[in-house]
Design a binder for this molecule. Structure first.
Ligand SMILES: Cc1cc2nc3c(=O)[nH]c(=O)nc-3n(C[C@H](O)[C@H](O)[C@H](O)COP(=O)(O)OP(=O)(O)OC[C@H]3O[C@@H](n4cnc5c(N)ncnc54)[C@H](O)[C@@H]3O)c2cc1C
Length: 387
């Protein structure tokens, strides 16, 4: 039996799991390690914040997708294994998909010994390892962020803390978003929709929005009465205010931080090749440039020679070539190259069942764009919900 170890239930790995459910890997023990038993689909998160979706609408439960919660081993969290749903594809031999779901976080990768250490004390050996653990924001990047701000990543922590903040916020309270990328602005507009009596502001150091989306979003932010602090950054966050790098102070009863992804919180893996920013470096096979038995995809990885934005679109697209090459690696066959697309469609919701779409330098908007986005997002959830 070969051992395939999957770290993280991210956007690429949900496809890997689905593919194995459709066509199980023969002669292979598979283990999925994830600190949570569900994967939040970030594309629908602003819709949950705005109140258009329930949380259940936006999460993919991982044990049913892995199809083998019943095989949970010792040292796990002790949670009751969830039943494999009726109709979930089974391996013809009756062994199910032979996937063990371990609810814990990987804490250290020993690439040479082919072993992964986990927070629950377990050590997992592998013949092939695939990493899709996303990124996190380094709270040390802004003084006071760890104590006083809601960090958008990890998303599970954001969900819990936003629910608490929402209960606590009173009419007229100032709410400040730090980070003017698509995710930050989408969340800000969703929060404004959910809490129209609060006062909202956006602190944005730079315009990172694709094509002509920036002017459209600027118009919408202005129309909603959201105060803008452009071309400046948060230097220090206190419980009741933010100090900006230009010296101004902004009152804030709730500060949310959605600045760019950093590699600082990736699982330590001495010797595993990294790019200049610290992300796992892969070749065009999605294979580590230093360790041929290790694959990586999604936000945690960078493909040498093919730099792309860190977005769910690219993580999702990496799923099919990733599982194809994992299968080949397990059979010791030559791998197939993959070139990520150079452009992608972005659909950015603006809180009120309205959205902006963009492709390259083109952009458009309307309630029909929101309905289009809603259909795409729900179709994604349906495709990867086992049962
Ligand atoms: C509010 C918001 C809205 C967004 N909207 C869009 C959008 O509309 N379109 C788009 O393309 N992109 C969007 N993005 C970006 C998108 O979320 C990311 O690019 C995408 O999630 C990356 O997918 P991933 O598979 O790399 O990682 P993730 O989706 O972050 O998944 C990583 C997984 O790994 C697990 N994990 C973490 N650490 C460990 C560990 N140590 N051991 C084991 N498992 C671990 C996590 O629990 C998680 O399940 C949005 C982001 C945010 C914050």
């Amino acid at each position: 039996m070969k051992k395939l170890l999957l770290l993280g239930g991210g956007h690429a790995h949900v496809h890997v799991l689905k593919s194995m459910a459709d066509a199980p890997l023969d002669g292979c023990d598979v283990t999925l390690v994830s600190p949570y038993d569900r994967q939040v689909y970030s594309g629908m998160l602003p819709g949950w914040v705005a109140g258009h979706y329930s949380l259940e609408d936006c999460v993919l439960p991982l044990p049913p997708l892995a199809g083998a919660a019943t095989r949970q081993g010792p040292g796990d969290s002790g949670r009751t294994p969830k039943a494999v749903p009726k109709g979930f594809p089974r391996h013809p031999s009756g062994r199910g998909n032979n996937i063990c779901f371990r609810q814990t976080a990987a804490t250290h990768i020993d690439a040479e010994a082919r072993r992964v250490h986990c927070a629950d004390g377990s050590e997992l050996d592998f013949d092939v390892l695939s990493i899709d653990t996303g990124t996190a924001f380094d709270p040390a990047a802004i003084d006071g962020a760890a104590e006083h701000a809601l960090l958008v990543r990890p998303i599970e922590q954001f969900i819990a803390r936003w629910q608490a903040a929402r209960e606590r916020l009173q009419p007229d309270d100032p709410v400040v978003m730090v980070g003017g990328g698509a995710a930050g602005i989408e969340l800000l507009l969703a929060m404004h929709h959910a809490l129209p009596n609060c006062r909202f502001a956006l602190v944005s150091a730079a315009n990172t929005l694709p094509g002509t989306v920036g002017p459209r979003l600027a118009r919408i932010l202005k129309a909603r009465g959201i105060t803008l602090y452009p071309a400046t950054a948060a230097q220090r966050i206190f419980a009741d205010r933010i100090v900006l790098t230009d010296g101004r102070e902004v009152a804030s009863a709730c500060t949310i931080v959605a600045i760019g992804a950093t590699a600082g919180f990736l699982i330590p893996a001495p010797g595993l090749a990294r790019d200049e920013r610290g992300f796992i470096e892969t070749n065009h096979f999605l294979q580590s440039t230093s360790h041929t038995r290790i694959f990586a995809a999604g936000d945690c990885a960078s493909m040498a020679g093919h730099p792309r934005p860190r977005s769910g679109v690219y993580a999702v697209r990496a799923g099919p070539p990733l599982i194809a090459n994992i299968r080949k690696a397990l059979r010791d066959e030559p791998l197939a190259p993959y070139t990520p697309q150079t452009r992608s469609l972005y659909l950015i919701s603006t809180g009120n069942r309205h959205a902006i779409g963009s492709w390259g330098s083109w952009s458009w908007e309307g309630s029909w764009v929101w309905r289009w986005k809603d259909r795409i997002d729900r179709a994604f959830m349906t495709r990867y919900t086992a049962g």
